[in-house]
Design a protein around this ligand. Structure first.
Ligand code: EZ4
Ligand code: CO
Length: 402
C-alpha cells in the first residue's frame, strides 16, 4: 500500500479547523487534526508546502519511521507548528492502520483498560450564583468532574467565562481582544468560589480550576494552599511553564495537585516535571504533542513517576483529535481525566463521529480506525475566518500572560 495524496482541509463550521487527509492507492484514507488555535494557516502551509510532498509514495504502515523522518529530517525540531503538523500525519496513519486491520485504534494500542473515559466539563459564570447553576447542570448531565471558573469582582472580563455556556470560544476577533488582569483581585476571590461549590455539591464531585499561566510560583503556592480545604482534583497551568523549576517552589508549599501541558509539544517540555514528580497530571494531547505515537511516549514516562494523563480537549481541538484522544485514554494504564468541551452542531456535521457521551463518560468508537470522518463538501461551505486568542494586560498596561 502506498500514499497517493495528502490533502489539507481548512474549514470554519463556527470555528476554524485544519484537517489532514492521507489517501492511499487502495482507497483507504486516514484523518489527522492539525488545528493550532489562532495560527491555523501556519500549520496548513507547513503541511502543504513541506510535508505532503514527502508523503507521496510512502508505505502508510511505517508510522514510527515516518514520525522520525519528519521530526529528525526537518533539522528544526519541536515547536507548536512543526509538532502539530507531525501529529496530523501520525494520527492519520494510525487511522489507516486501524482501517486496514479492521480494528478500532485502541485495540492496536493494547486494548481497553477501563469501562469508559471520565470527562470533565466547563462550568463558568460571572457570579458565584451563576456558576453554581452551571455546576448543577453538569451534575444533572451525569458529569463526575467539573472545571469551575468565575468572573473576578473589579475586572471587566475574565478568562474562561463565556456567554454561550456549552461552547466556550476564546478566539473571538481577527485582531486580539484586550483583557485586563489583576492577580490581587483574583487571589482574593477564588477560594470563596470553591467554598460555595463544595458546600453545595459535597465531597464526591471532582473539582478543577484553570489558572491559565497567570501567576508566579509563590502566588500559585498561595492559591494552592488556600484551596486545600476544598480538595481540588487539580489546579491547572498555575505558572508559565517555560521554566520547569518554578513548579518545585509550588510543590514545596501545597498539596493541591497540579496539572500542566496543554501548550507543550514534546516529551522534552515536561520530562523534568515528570521525572521530579513536580506535577500530578500531564495535559499534552494528540494534536499538539506529536500525535498518538509521541503522546503515548509521554504518558509512558509519566506512568513511571505517578503522573496521570489529563489531555486538553477544548473546542479548538477538532472531533478528529477527540476521537484519537479517546483511543489513547481508554488504553493507557495511567489515565486521569479527559477535558471535554462539546462542539457545535455545525462542527459535528462536518466531522461525523462514532464516539459518544453517556453518564459522565466518553466512549471511543468501535469502528475500524479512529471512527471519525470529514464531509468535504460540507466543509467547503465554511471558509476560513481569521480569529485570534485574546491578549492580557495588567491594570497599568503591562503585557501579561493570557
Ligand atoms: O484556552 O484551548 O483548558 N483549556 C484551556 C483552553 C485554551 C484554548 C486555547 O486555544 O485552557 O480553553
Ligand atoms: Co487550560
Amino acid at each position: 500500500m502506498r500514499i497517493t495524496d495528502a490533502r489539507v482541509i481548512v474549514t470554519c463550521p463556527d470555528r476554524n479547523f485544519v484537517t489532514l487527509k492521507i489517501v492511499t492507492d487502495e482507497g483507504v484514507y486516514g484523518l489527522g487534526d492539525a488545528t493550532l488555535n489562532g495560527r491555523e494557516l501556519a500549520v496548513a502551509a507547513y503541511l502543504r508546502d513541506h510535508v505532503a510532498p514527502l508523503l507521496i509514495g510512502r508505505d502508510p504502515s511505517r508510522i514510527e519511521d515516518t514520525w522520525q523522518y519528519l521530526y529528525k529530517g526537518a533539522y528544526w525540531r519541536r515547536g507548536p507548528v512543526t509538532m502539530t503538523a507531525v501529529a496530523a500525519v501520525d494520527t492519520a496513519l494510525w487511522d489507516i492502520l486501524g482501517k486496514v486491520a479492521g480494528l478500532p485504534v485502541y485495540r492496536l494500542l493494547g486494548g481497553r483498560s477501563r469501562a469508559g473515559v471520565t470527562v470533565y466539563g466547563h462550568a463558568n459564570g460571572e457570579s458565584v450564583d451563576d456558576v453554581l447553576t452551571e455546576v448543577a447542570r453538569y451534575v444533572e448531565l451525569g458529569y463526575r468532574a467539573v472545571r469551575v471558573q468565575t468572573g473576578v469582582p473589579g475586572l471587566a472580563s475574565t478568562y474562561g467565562v463565556s456567554t454561550n455556556k456549552m461552547f466556550y470560544e476564546p478566539a473571538d476577533a481577527a485582531i486580539p481582544t484586550e483583557n485586563v488582569w489583576s492577580t490581587e483581585r483574583y487571589l482574593a476571590h477564588v477560594p470563596s468560589v470553591f467554598a460555595r461549590v463544595r458546600e453545595e455539591f459535597g465531597p464526591a464531585l471532582k473539582l478543577l480550576h484553570d489558572v491559565h499561566h497567570r501567576l508566579t510560583p509563590i502566588e500559585a503556592a498561595r492559591l494552592g494552599r488556600s484551596l486545600e480545604p476544598f480538595a481540588l482534583t487539580w489546579m491547572e497551568d498555575p505558572v508559565p511553564a517555560e521554566s520547569q523549576d518554578g513548579f518545585r517552589l509550588i510543590r514545596q508549599h501545597t498539596t493541591t495537585p497540579i496539572a500542566v501541558g496543554e501548550v507543550f509539544n514534546t516529551v522534552w517540555d515536561c520530562e523534568q516535571l515528570i521525572r521530579e514528580q513536580l506535577i500530578d497530571y500531564i495535559r499534552t494531547t494528540v494534536v499538539h504533542a506529536g500525535g498518538i505515537s509521541h503522546l503515548r511516549r509521554i504518558f509512558d514516562l509519566a506512568a513511571l513517576h505517578h503522573v496521570r494523563s489529563g489531555s486538553h480537549g477544548a473546542t479548538d481541538l477538532s472531533p478528529v483529535c477527540m476521537a484519537a484522544a479517546l483511543h489513547v485514554d481508554i488504553a493507557i494504564p495511567n489515565f486521569g481525566l479527559q477535558e471535554y468541551m462539546r462542539h457545535t452542531d455545525a462542527t459535528d456535521a462536518v466531522f461525523p463521529h462514532g464516539y459518544r457521551y453517556a453518564d459522565g463518560y466518553l466512549h471511543p468508537s468501535e469502528e475500524p480506525g479512529l471512527g471519525v470522518d470529514i464531509d468535504e463538501d460540507l466543509a467547503a461551505k465554511y471558509p476560513y475566518r481569521p480569529a485570534s486568542l485574546p491578549v492580557n494586560r495588567l491594570e497599568d498596561g503591562t503585557m501579561h500572560s493570557w
